[in-house]
Design a protein around this ligand. Structure first.
Ligand code: FES
Ligand code: FES
Length: 168
């Protein structure tokens, strides 16, 4: 990738939501967010600021959350991406998605896909000890509607249901 010029077109092979995906002749300037939305048709990750400030574009890259608008698509060749579309199991919602609905953790919903992905990672990372810790580790995701209290509640509820499923 070091010899890549911005005028180049590139081929990419990556795994997206458990599907091996091959994309050809992608403009080397394409961000991961634009790759997902415009080339793969996955519009769950949203373009809020396009500057790494709002978290609406959050996806998992090899299991870690990243802002899709800040990652070049060329950098994800051979890697694994999970978007909000990849969380449910058919009609069965992911526990975090279910908790967001149960707790009414959104108003306009624009930030919700990024919040949900970030919440999944926040729980997997174990940053759910208390409200303060959840707020800190979810702070990269802005919600202009200020649904924060319900979002924290949803993360706590999903973390609790996760703990119930893991035998001690
Ligand atoms: S759109 Fe990527 S952080 Fe705002
Ligand atoms: S629900 Fe509207 S920005 Fe979060």
């Amino acid at each position: 990738m070091s010899d890549l010029k911005f005028t180049d077109r590139i081929d990419l092979r990556l795994r997206i939501n458990d599907i091996d995906t091959h994309l050809e002749a992608i403009d080397a300037r394409t961000s991961l967010l634009d790759l997902l939305r415009e080339h793969v048709g996955l519009t769950g990750a949203k373009k809020g600021c396009n500057h790494g400030e709002c978290g609406a574009c959050t996806v998992l890259l090899d299991g870690r959350r990243v802002n899709g608008c800040l990652v070049l698509a060329a950098a994800v060749d051979g890697r694994e991406v999970v978007t909000v579309e990849g969380l449910s199991d058919g009609e069965q919602l992911h526990p975090v998605q279910r908790a967001f609905i149960d707790c009414d953790a959104f108003q306009c919903g624009f930030c919700t896909p990024g919040q949900v992905i970030s919440a999944v990672a926040c729980i997997a990372e174990g940053h759910t000890t208390d409200e303060h810790e959840i707020r800190e580790w979810m702070s990269g995701n802005i919600c202009r509607c200020s649904s924060y209290p319900q979002i924290v509640e949803a993360v706590q509820a999903a973390a609790a249901s996760e703990n119930e499923r893991i035998p001690s």
